[in-house]
Design a protein around this ligand. Structure first.
Ligand SMILES: Cc1ncc(COP(=O)(O)O)c(C=O)c1O
Length: 191
């Protein structure tokens, strides 16, 4: 049986079936609520008109502008992770390496220096040796098991010190408190 109201053929008899499906007149009722938030996947999103599109600011997360800028699913996950971690903001990244890159490119600019432990996750070293270097950001590796080595390698332009616990592959566990204190004394960011 065909429901006349929701049939794509009844509302746009002259348009192509693909147009009818994209601009279908049926809208599901909005009151659906369940313990599990819905999953939204999208790239392009709809705006009521061009003026509304121009007014929207993707960075403040008050509305939707583009799937990879955020969907109800990603905003909800960010807020809940934030609550779990006791944080004030959360930004989702599609992989661990992209999260590392987001931190480096947020904190560092041309002329800055970054310190990485010598047992750092390999691709983070490659990022420093390749992309960061290409942007004029220098790096040095320090011995994560020797806090004095970190202190000795800090430079006036060191803006970021990576800490890893345990170290990648070799699994040593550094003295995080000691390393953090050295960073704090020099007012350096430590993710
Ligand atoms: C310490 C550390 N950082 C970053 C990553 C990267 O995570 P992804 O594989 O999600 O890019 C890994 C992966 O093993 C890791 O061990």
């Amino acid at each position: 049986m065909t429901d006349k109201k929701s049939s794509p053929h009844s509302s746009h008899a002259l348009s192509h079936i693909s147009t009818q499906l994209i601009h279908h007149s049926y809208t599901a009722p909005s009151e659906f609520e369940a313990p599990q938030p819905g999953i939204f996947k999208a790239s392009t999103v709809f705006f009521p008109n061009v003026a509304a599109m121009r007014q929207r600011e993707w960075k403040d997360k008050s509305a939707y502008t583009y799937g990879t800028h955020g969907t109800p699913s990603s905003f909800t996950l960010e807020e809940r992770l934030c609550a779990l971690e006791g944080g004030s903001h959360c930004v989702l990244a599609p992989s661990g390496l992209s999260a590392l890159a987001v931190v480096s490119f947020t904190v560092l600019k041309s002329g800055d220096h970054v310190l990485l432990p010598d047992n750092a996750y390999g691709p983070n070293k490659v990022l420093a040796q390749g992309e960061l270097k290409a942007f004029g950001i220098s790096h040095t590796f320090y011995d994560a098991m020797n806090p004095a080595d970190l202190a000795a390698k800090l430079q006036p332009n060191t803006q970021l010190v990576w800490l890893e616990a345990p170290g990648s592959l070799t699994m040593e566990f550094p003295d995080l408190i000691e390393l953090l204190q050295i960073c704090k004394q020099h007012s350096v960011t430590q993710p």
